[in-house]
Each structure stands twice: as structure tokens, then as C-alpha cells.
Ligand binder design. Structure first.
Ligand SMILES: [Zn+2]
Length: 386
């Protein structure tokens, strides 16, 4: 289906960017680091109140222990067996409480607005509610029932919200993910799979000065494992293995009894997945006095391109063209909740949030002038998908 400019029901100037940015500032200033349950739930409260004020139906489900709540917002009822439109957002950020005061206060510099989680992805989350509100205010409203899931834990792998996302995914014909746009407003049409591992290395403690020979250093063995893991990196094939965090030892003068590694793995396809996962699960210590505990596995399955996904992208491109947006699709190594819906066979597009840069850093910002056109793009996608 091709939309022309005149046929667009929602135009960029229909978006009240001033009001949206005022609300966004409140969202950004509610710090909601994933493990900070009180912070995340304060953010859920705000999003819930906003969605209610838009006249939308709300469901709120408690998270698993250690996680904030999942917020589900709906408009329209799906008939028996009818599939709808699912939009995925998350309200957590990677920034610990205090980031706002110390490193990344809300500040506007020309076209840029900085703040913790503003780009990844409070802007996209709020733009979605705004877009749905605008879509509902047009003559006929959306053709499909629309469900938005706001997750509390995307940044740590959606361990708590995955069941809800997949349950809603099974009821969806399309999934739109409002993660931030890639440089220049590109959207995401495929993502690598993500595996995560926690590796515990256990040796034997001893006094480093008097009885070093009685100890077995867990750190020494862990260091070897780090090198074995990092040797799996194959940028050409798109395989990446990163030991991102290491913790071990009890003090300078103690042979370390324990060391723990946190490992991140990105895999482009099933072949790479089988190969790398088998290697990691089969790791053996060089020193037989060491024991290993290896926990983890696939966290997010690969989100490959598909015919249905390509058709959805072609439609989005047409709608975007009417808004003078040249929509470009890219593949990325970053996983998102879109991996779950794509793996269920649901046509999925990702990266539909605001344009900007600096996700997961203290230089995180959005481009102010991307708000109106991209909110209008979302609204017209909500209206035109059938
Ligand atoms: Zn994100």
C-alpha cells in the first residue's frame, strides 16, 4: 500500500513538540536504571498516568523479583483469532541513579537534547503514546487493535518481561520496536542473536606470603579463559565474544579462590550459534584443580530478514517518503525485544524511535527536529497497517 502526502492523516505539524518535550523531560528526570526497581516503577507510574490521560486501556503486571512492572497499553479489541499491531518499548535505562545530577543532566544545545535514557529510549516510548493518541483522533482510527508493551528490563535482556512480549507477539501480525534510530535516522531490519554467560572459576585460597604453594589461583585460570573466549571473535563472520566484566580475589595478599566473568556473545546465524555455544559450554580448565561453573546461553535469538519483514519495510518506506523521510534499513549487532517477535515469525521493524546518538554513554542525546516527523511516521504506520 502506498500513501501519498495528501493521504497522510497525521502530519508532522500535528505533533505538539513543545508539550511532548516538556513531558519527556519529566520522564528523563525519573531515573530508571534496570535494577533500581523503585526508579523503574516510578517511571511506569508516569507512563501509566499519561496513557490513561490519553484514554487508553491499561494493564500492569508485577515483574519477577528484582524487576519493575510491565505496562501493557491497548486500544481496540482483537476479534477471535484476529491479529493486531504490537509496539515494543522499554522504560528502563543503563544509567544508575545520580547520573542525571553528576554526568548527564537534561540540557539543550541547539538541535540536541541530552539526558540519561533520552535516546535509548524514553523519547521513542513517549512518541509512541503520542502517535497512538494522534492516530485515534483521526476519522477512522487504526485498522488493527494496537497493543504497546513497555518493558522494565530490556537493558539486561528482558528476563522478566520476555513471557509477556512473546505472548503478545503471538497475537500480532506486525511488531514495531521504537528503539532509537541509527545514525541519520536509519531503522533496523535485522539483528544478531545475543547469548550471555556467567562463568565462575573456583580454585583454592592461601596466604600469598607464607603458603602460596597451597593455593590455586582462580584469577590465573580466568585470565586464560578470557583469552580463549576472545579468540572466538570473527568480525568477518559477524561473531563477537566479549568478556565485559571480571571480578575476583579477596585481597592483594591472598591467592584468589574465586573469579567471575560476564560474557557477551553476538551471533549472526544458527551455524555460528551452534559452534560458539558448544565451545563455551565445553570449556575445561587447564589446571585440573580448578573447577568451572558455566551458566547462560542464548538470551535473544537472531532476528534475520524475512519476506514478511521486507514487505513491512517497503510499506514503511512508502509512508516515510510521503513525510520526506528517506528510510534506510540496516542490520545491527545490538539485540532488542524485536528479536523475540522476529523469532516468532512476526514481521518486525525496529529503530523507529528518535534520531540521535550516544546510547549507553554519558553523551546520550536526541535530535530535537526528529521528534515531529518520526512521531508522524509512527502515527501513520499505526493507521495504515492492516
Ligand atoms: Zn533500548
Amino acid at each position: 500500500m502506498t500513501a501519498s502526502v495528501s493521504a497522510l492523516a497525521v502530519l508532522p505539524d500535528d505533533v505538539d513538540a513543545t508539550a511532548l518535550l516538556a513531558e519527556l523531560r519529566t520522564w528523563v528526570e525519573i531515573e530508571s536504571h534496570t535494577p533500581d526497581v523503585a526508579g523503574v516503577n516510578a517511571m511506569v507510574d508516569r507512563a501509566e498516568a499519561y496513557a490513561k490521560a490519553c484514554g487508553l486501556t491499561i494493564e500492569r503486571q508485577p515483574g519477577k523479583p528484582g524487576y519493575g512492572d510491565v505496562l501493557i497499553v491497548r486500544s481496540g479489541q482483537a476479534g477471535e483469532g484476529e491479529k493486531g499491531l504490537l509496539i515494543l518499548a522499554h522504560l528502563d535505562t543503563v544509567h544508575a541513579r545520580g547520573t542525571l545530577a553528576n554526568r548527564l543532566n537534561w540540557r539543550e544545545e541547539a538541535n540536541r537534547i541530552y539526558g540519561p535514557g533520552i535516546y535509548d529510549m524514553k523519547s521513542g516510548a513517549l512518541m509512541t503514546l503520542e502517535a497512538l493518541k494522534l492516530a485515534l483522533a483521526t476519522g477512522n482510527g487504526p485498522k488493527l487493535p494496537v497493543t504497546i508493551v513497555f518493558g522494565p528490563d530490556e537493558e539486561t535482556g528482558s528476563i522478566s518481561s520476555r513471557d509477556v512480549i512473546e505472548a503478545e507477539g503471538r497475537k500480532a501480525r506486525y511488531a514495531l520496536v521504537v528503539e532509537p534510530a541509527r545514525d541519520g535516522g536509519k531503522i533496523v531490519v535485522a539483528r544478531k542473536g545475543v547469548a550471555i554467560f556467567d562463568i565462575g572459576v573456583f580454585g583454592k585460597a592461601s596466604h600469598a606470603g607464607t603458603h602460596p604453594q597451597n593455593g590455586v589461583s582462580a584469577i590465573r585460570e580466568a585470565a586464560k579463559i578470557v583469552l580463549k573466549l576472545e579468540a572466538l571473535n570473527d568480525f568477518e563472520r559477524g561473531i563477537t565474544v566479549t568478556v565485559g566484566q571480571i571480578e575476583g580475589g579477596a585481597g592483594r595478599n591472598i591467592i584468589p579462590a574465586e573469579c567471575h566473568l560476564k560474557v557477551d556473545v553476538r551471533l549472526p546465524d544458527a551455524e555460528a550459534q551452534n559452534e560458539v555455544l558448544a565451545f563455551i559450554s565445553g570449556l575445561k580448565p587447564d589446571d585440573e584443580r580448578i573447577s568451572l561453573e558455566i551458566a547462560g546461553g542464548m538470551n535473544r535469538p537472531a532476528f534475520p530478514r524475512s519476506a514478511a519483514g521486507d514487505a513491512l519495510f517497503a510499506h514503511a518506506r512508502d509512508v516515510a517518503k510521503s513525510l520526506d523521510i528517506d528510510l534506510v534499513g540496516v542490520t545491527t549487532g545490538g539485540g532488542s525485544d524485536g528479536n523475540f517477535t522476529a523469532a516468532l515469525g512476526v514481521a518486525t521493524l525496529d529503530g523507529l524511535g528518535a534520531d540521535g546518538a550516544g546510547a549507553h554513554t554519558h553523551e546520550e542525546y536526541i535530535l530535537k527536529d526528529s521528534i515531529k516527523p518520526r512521531t508522524a511516521l509512527l502515527a501513520n504506520l499505526i493507521l495504515s497497517l492492516e
